[in-house]
Design a protein around this ligand. Structure first.
Ligand SMILES: [Mn+2]
Length: 237
């Protein structure tokens, strides 16, 4: 199938209301479009439960790819009883809060754990002779996709922050919030995705979990950008 749009959506982090404003603007059409979610569905924001329910309602439907993020990995480990405090300290406590008192919680968590288990760490699309790579955090340039380390795909900061990426593939990642890039000495737009190296390195986590932050999407074919409303009244980290 030749796609009209190949969309990537950045970190949602429990911000269901913001996400809904973005999803509506996208008017996703599974007969023409492909959408790839870059991971980090829960934690930090107030509505992780609603985001999880939405993801589960879409999981396995055509032309929707849900990648795994480091927060999803942390939550899975916590559900298995490993490093629970690490997850809670990194926004997992907000997820716990949003799930508290939920009817059928054990079953729901079981379904979520299975979903995370089935989320791939990366995705590749080739269209019109161009190769598009998607993952949560980053890659080591020059290493084939299938040989990238899990740690790099889920946690890397170097790919987003290094001065120049010279690979041939067009790579799109979330994970590193654009507002944080200034700590690496980069001049950055306040809340817009950052398209580096002529649009071959697209950073689209615009800090949707921050107060007034937005969730962003990109069509990697045209570089068109869509963003959620900022909804500052929702608060955030
Ligand atoms: Mn994230």
């Amino acid at each position: 199938m030749r796609y009209r749009r190949i969309l990537a959506i950045g970190d949602i982090h429990g911000n269901y209301q913001k996400f809904c404003t973005l999803w509506e603007k996208l008017a996703f059409d599974e007969t023409q479009d492909l959408v790839i979610f870059l991971g980090d569905y829960t934690d930090r924001g107030p509505q992780s439960r609603e985001v999880m329910q939405w993801v589960l309602s879409q999981f396995g439907k055509p032309q929707r790819v849900f990648l795994r993020g480091n927060h999803d990995e942390m939550m899975l480990a916590a559900m298995l009883g490993v490093d629970k405090d690490l997850w809670k300290r990194n926004g997992g406590s907000e997820t716990v809060k949003s799930l508290r008192g939920m009817e059928g919680l054990p079953d729901f968590l079981m379904r979520w754990a299975q979903a995370i288990h089935h989320m791939p760490l990366y995705y590749e699309v080739i269209q019109d002779g161009k190769t598009y790579w998607f993952m949560h955090a980053g890659i080591k340039a020059g290493v084939p996709l299938a040989e990238q380390e899990t740690e790099t795909l889920l946690w890397d900061r170097e790919f987003a922050t290094m001065p120049l990426y010279t690979g041939r593939e067009i790579v799109t990642v979330g994970h590193t919030p654009i507002p944080y890039l200034r700590y690496y000495g980069l001049k950055v737009p306040v809340d817009k995705p950052l398209l580096r190296d002529g649009g071959r390195r697209n950073l689209i986590d615009t800090g949707g979990f921050l107060k007034g932050g937005r969730i962003s999407a990109i069509d990697v074919l045209t570089k068109e950008i869509w963003q959620s409303e900022a909804l500052p009244e929702l608060g955030g980290w």
